[in-house]
Design a protein around this ligand. Sequence first.
Ligand code: ATP
Length: 234
Amino acid sequence: MLEVSGLDAYYGDARALSEVSLTVHDGETVAVIGPNGAGKSTLVNAIAGLHPHRSGRIAVGGTDITGVPAHRVCEHGVAVVPEGRRVFATMSVYDNLCLGAYRRTARAGHKQRLDRVFDVFPRLRQRVTQPAGTLSGGEQQMLAIGRALMAGPTLLLLDEPSLGLAPVLTDEVFEALGAVGAQGVSVLLVEQDIDRALDLATRTYLLAEGRVAGEGPSADLRGSDEVRRSVLGL
Ligand code: ATP
């Protein structure tokens, strides 16, 4: 579904990603964990076409999307849930969700998609007329994910969905992400919460100083002291 190979990205002269390669297979949920500043957000943004990369290749569903701008990446079935959620505070939950389906192809089947989002996030159904700005942080994260799902993606990219959320709401968000994966959507999740990432993903990459420092089945990484040291700086 997603193949990234040899990706390099910079901020000015500072290198943020060095030869990053990773794959997400069809229907798979993959996590990227790493400490602050490891390059996780840069990786998501580079795949989404939001940050330029200097070299490397990105392919989605076998199609090369290297250098495709963000507004066209979605045409290849990629949806992004950015760090910090960024819902439209004065617009209703319903209108925020509709924004995710603005593309013509996404508009077909609108009702079914809305129902699937509400199945995954029943809280959103109860709050459908409420301005998004009045939702709790966790509910806003659910809305941001729901909005991305309204585009009917085959690949969902998530940047730190647990950020700033109370543990109980993080649980709910991660449970919902499990349901999204079960619906057949491939997921690439960038996350600092190691345990939640390892629990959700079948495979996990460890990113450190812009490089892939390790990779494997999440079950194998769960007990690794090296992973904890690297991510948590212990
Ligand atoms: P965090 O978990 O703290 O969000 P991260 O793993 O997502 O960190 P990035 O935000 O991708 O890491 O940052 C990677 C590197 O690029 C860091 O050294 C960071 O300081 C640098 N960087 C990020 N954004 C910019 C920017 N706009 N200008 C310059 N340098 C940046």
